[in-house]
Design a protein around this ligand. Structure first.
Ligand SMILES: [Zn+2]
Length: 384
């Protein structure tokens, strides 16, 4: 999978440059929140509306007296970061985390290895809400990646009772493995999306520990993970009939909101990727006083998604990559060989920067404004 055929030499060199740069961002450029999120911030003495990622090192600013002369070398140039915020993003789709590799099971070791691979290759964990909000909070030079867990299986999130009687994430469950990996790697982020089935049979009934159903949803919301609606009990939305679709979705939403009052579920995941003919039923609906409104709908399989500002992006059809060995091998290798297709962050969630040659793929957001670029081979757009 680490193909080094002659034609890929240039790409590898660029790619390695990104990795080296991404792993060498000085500590003064980053801040860590309680959720492990690392946001690039300007060095203290640089104007607050100019980020290190897009600020040209050599161009004088309008207020030269406030700019220290000692910092320019610490400011990465666009050509060093290779930002491409019209590039592709992988949304990985996991099901059971277990002992044996099966069609719907990823072993613990494989899952840990996936995380290690993503980290070592310049990826950074985010949730879907950042994509929906077009506010991708990823350090400069890194590529966002989303992990989704389908079906609320117990193996994904198990609590164990600690010596002091408190509930702890079981380190052998999917979430425990992720948290154990992210804790010593704050430059990897910490995020995941859980697509839950509140009315399924065990062990898929909101993670298979009935006593902790609500506490688990509360934990996910509190710790900054995302909860996604996967229907009440994995109903096939073409088989149950249109009138039952709002019921399946609204009752699942009701169970989520009973545990986490006011939680806004933004993402819906139709079981087995089956969309009903009338897709609008997945977006808005009400049943017995419980309403839902989704901004995104997840597909099964297919491939990476395009960036929020790519003209082809359709949040109601968000493709994913199934986390099975053959698919992961395929896409990990693909992006090794085509690093120029990866989404690479400029480090500023309020701007997007992309190679000027991709302008035809750019779909402007409302209110977005192009800014002068310090490098004519890149376009810089302020989003807000
Ligand atoms: Zn499912």
């Amino acid at each position: 999978m680490f193909d080094r055929s002659p034609g890929t030499g240039w790409h590898l060199a660029v790619f390695l440059g990104i990795v080296i740069l991404a792993t060498s961002v000085p500590a003064s450029f980053a801040t860590t929140s309680a959720y492990g999120y690392i946001a690039p911030i300007p060095p203290p003495s640089v104007e607050s509306n100019v980020t290190p990622a897009v600020r040209p090192a050599a161009v004088p600013t309008a207020t030269p007296t406030t700019v220290p002369t000692a910092t320019p070398t610490a400011v990465p140039r666009l050509a060093d970061i290779h930002p491409n915020e019209l590039g592709k993003i992988m949304i990985l789709e996991y099901h059971v985390i277990g002992d044996q590799e099966l069609r719907w099971t990823r072993t613990r070791e494989s899952f840990r290895r996936d995380l290690e691979y993503l980290y070592r290759n310049g990826y950074y964990l985010i949730g879907l809400n950042d994509l929906l909000d077009n506010r991708v909070r990823v350090p400069a030079g890194k590529t966002p990646v989303v992990i989704t867990f389908d079906d609320s299986n117990r193996s994904q999130f198990q609590f164990v009772v600690g010596a002091d009687g408190s509930l702890k994430t079981d380190p052998t469950s999917g979430l425990g493995i992720l948290e154990d990996f992210s804790a010593p790697h704050p430059d990897f982020g910490r995020s995941a999306v859980f697509c839950v089935l509140p009315g399924a049979d065990p062990p898929n009934d909101l993670f298979g520990q009935p006593a902790y159903r609500q506490q688990k949803l509360q934990y996910l919301a509190r710790e900054g993970y995302e909860i996604c609606n996967h229907t009440l009990w994995h109903a096939n939305l073409r088989q149950i009939g249109e009138k039952d679709i709002p019921r399946q979705i609204a009752l699942a939403n009701k169970a989520i909101q009973q545990a986490v009052p006011g939680y806004q579920v933004n993402t819906f995941n139709p079981p087995s990727g089956v969309y009903p003919k009338n897709v609008s039923l997945l977006v808005d609906g009400t049943f017995e006083g419980t309403s839902y409104h989704h901004r995104a709908i997840l597909e099964v399989g297919a491939g990476p998604m395009t960036a929020p500002n790519h003209r082809k992006t359709d949040f109601l059809h968000m493709p994913r990559i199934q986390a099975i060995q053959t698919e992961l091998d395929l896409w990990f290798r693909y992006f090794k060989q085509h690093p120029e297709e990866r989404y690479v962050s400029d480090g500023n969630p309020d701007k997007i920067v992309f190679p000027a040659k991709l302008l035809d793929d750019y779909q402007p957001s409302q209110g977005a404004q192009e800014e002068p670029s310090p490098d004519s081979t890149y376009k810089v757009v302020r989003l807000r």
